[in-house]
Write a protein that binds this ligand. Structure first.
Ligand SMILES: *[C@@H]1O[C@H](CO)[C@@H](O)[C@H](O)[C@H]1NC(C)=O
Ligand SMILES: *[C@@H]1O[C@H](CO)[C@@H](O)[C@H](O)[C@H]1NC(C)=O
Ligand SMILES: *[C@@H]1O[C@H](CO)[C@@H](O)[C@H](O)[C@H]1NC(C)=O
Ligand SMILES: *[C@@H]1O[C@H](CO)[C@@H](O)[C@H](O)[C@H]1NC(C)=O
Ligand SMILES: *[C@@H]1O[C@H](CO)[C@@H](O)[C@H](O)[C@H]1NC(C)=O
Ligand SMILES: *[C@@H]1O[C@H](CO)[C@@H](O)[C@H](O)[C@H]1NC(C)=O
Length: 485
């Protein structure tokens, strides 16, 4: 009886879901589980009127070969899980749990009236380099495996799919591996059924890039790709052209220098054609190589100026997107600066001309060297709070020849973890992941916190164990956002 009484309460809590998009936050589905759809793509389906998000399903102990998960949404912010669209099959040559099933994409084929799924199909040592193909009568699946093939006889690593809205033709995008002969990215046209590749239309020769995706505007194509630094983020670049066949421009960076594309990798882009505005979203991944299943999603609006031939990603901690009108707006929060925080133990305020008011909070360590922000206004409801930090553990990564993170025999640490405690309640410790940054680069990570209604809240930040040490990252400021409606 008790269970039956509790259930509706839990469901209500789960349905009263996020309507904002919050890059880098922990995203939960309508069942309250972490969304697991990594290196994902989104297909809008006319039939159901919904967005369908396909991605790599990862859980602890099954980082690869978990199959393809699928979620659906009407607003791109509230996601309902539909389980696995492509389930791994034991002992299968291409889709067993020992295989690699990466970067899935789905397109509806008018010719076959079926949904066609493609992905990077491989074995665990990446020796096959194939493109998998599976079909289904419904967007959610289950999809039935058809084949795994070498595109035009070549190798295929990171897989992307692009459909030209002007003529409806689809293209496979793929890097052809790390061999000396490879290191290219291909744009190859499918047949009308979207079942087989028919012609290479362009080859980005020897740029050694991966994770390709194409954005199409009325006048341009922009091809976004990342460098190859494994799960470490780097500066994503874009090329522009009037036509897929080229000529393509020189590559250019799409985010502020040294932010490593706000700590993310490219993979997909989504065009939202609203009644008032067309908005393009960057659908990127913030990989967590220490615990891949906890990797986060970085989705950002893309700003394009076709006259100047430029494309940029702009960071917003929290934004509200209306998929019907295509309009979006950043949500405004209230900022609390490090210079006004209290320090304890060995934590202290240090001069930093790149920080707000020239001041950064540093020396945060364990439970005894902490900083406390006071007088924080809350609403009594869960609300997003962004923590702006600098984490200089990068060991010179990105500035070392060859990009090697380990010059002096130390180990590269992906992230620090801070403890976050509201109003001194240490029985409720939130974990704040702070990715490494270049020196003097300040980025943010959001956490959803429940503050008391009124202006008397405190937020205390200490350091938790990240596998190496108990250091918290240096803090610049925090921003408290209003709760979702
Ligand atoms: C998979 O292969 C192993 C080893 O050949 C065999 O023992 C097992 O029964 C197979 N499992 C299935 C589900 O076919
Ligand atoms: C993956 O495939 C390559 C090429 O066939 C092969 O050399 C390699 O041994 C395979 N790896 C595994 C783990 O089976
Ligand atoms: C894969 O299957 C599709 C659909 O049956 C077919 O058109 C294509 O030729 C197959 N590819 C290979 C290499 O067999
Ligand atoms: C794959 O493409 C590369 C160049 O991009 C070429 O050198 C190589 O021969 C191709 N491999 C096959 C099997 O066609
Ligand atoms: C800090 O306190 C938490 C409990 O609040 C405890 O789990 C953790 O081990 C403590 N860390 C250190 C370094 O003492
Ligand atoms: C402290 O947090 C715990 C765990 O969330 C909660 O059960 C408890 O009510 C909180 N205590 C106070 C005084 O708010």
């Amino acid at each position: 009886m008790l269970g039956i009484k509790i259930l509706p309460v839990l469901l209500f809590g789960a349905i009263a879901q996020s309507k904002y998009i919050v890059p880098g936050g922990r995203w939960h589905d309508t069942d309250g589980n972490l969304v697991s759809a990594h290196a994902g793509s989104i297909t809008f389906d006319e039939g159901t009127g919904r967005f369908w998000w396909f991605g790599e399903y990862k859980i602890e102990g099954q980082e690869e070969g978990g199959g393809v998960s699928v979620y659906s949404s009407e607003d791109l912010a509230t996601w309902e899980s539909h389980g696995l669209a492509l389930e791994p099959v034991k002992n299968h040559t291409y889709i067993s749990p020992e295989n690699v099933i990466q970067r899935p994409k789905v397109v509806y084929s008018e010719e076959t009236s079926q949904y066609h799924m493609f992905w990077h199909a491989d074995n665990s040592t990446y020796g096959l380099l194939l493109q998998g193909f599976a079909t289904s009568d419904t967007p959610a699946g289950p999809y039935t495996f058809v084949n795994a093939t070498a595109p035009m006889g070549n190798w295929s690593q990171d897989y992307g799919l692009f459909t030209d809205y002007k003529d409806g033709r689809s293209y496979a995008l793929y890097s052809n591996g790390d061999s000396v002969e490879g290191r290219d990215v291909y744009i190859t046209r499918y047949n009308k059924e979207v079942s087989e590749l028919e012609e290479v239309v362009y080859r980005f020769n020897k740029f050694d890039l991966e994770a390709p995706t194409i954005v199409q505007t009325d006048n341009s194509y922009y091809a976004l790709m990342s460098h190859k630094t494994g799960y470490r983020p780097n500066n994503v670049v874009a090329f522009r052209a009037d036509s897929l066949e080229g000529p393509w421009s020189q590559p250019f960076m799409v985010a502020p220098l040294n932010t490593r594309t706000f700590n993310s990798q490219s993979g997909y882009t989504l065009k939202i054609e609203g009644s008032k505005k067309t908005t393009y979203l960057y659908i990127g991944d913030q990989w967590d190589s220490n615990s891949l299943w906890e990797s986060r999603y970085i989705w950002l609006p893309i700003e394009i100026d076709d006259k100047k031939k430029t494309l940029e990603l702009a960071w917003h901690d929290v934004y509200d997107l209306n998929v019907k009108t295509g309009e979006w707006k950043p949500i405004e929060g209230k900022t609390y600066y490090g210079k006004d925080a209290k320090t304890s133990g060995d934590a202290f305020k240090q001069e930093a001309n790149f920080a707000s008011h020239n001041t950064i909070l540093t020396g945060i360590y364990g439970n005894d060297s902490t900083v406390t922000f006071e007088g924080i206004e809350g609403t009594g409801k869960p609300q997003w709070v962004s923590f702006y930090y600098q984490n200089t553990d990068d060991m010179g990564f990105g500035d070392q020849p060859g990009g090697t993170p380990d010059r002096i025999g130390g180990e590269w640490q992906l992230r620090r973890i801070s403890s976050v405690v509201v109003n001194g309640n240490t029985s409720n410790v939130e974990t704040l992941y702070q990715r490494d940054t270049h020196k003097s680069i300040i980025l943010s990570t959001p956490l959803k916190l429940t503050l008391e209604k009124g202006k008397q809240n405190t937020i205390t930040i200490g350091g938790l164990y990240n596998g190496f040490d108990y250091k918290g990252a240096d803090l610049d400021r925090i921003v408290v956002y209003p709760p979702e409606e």
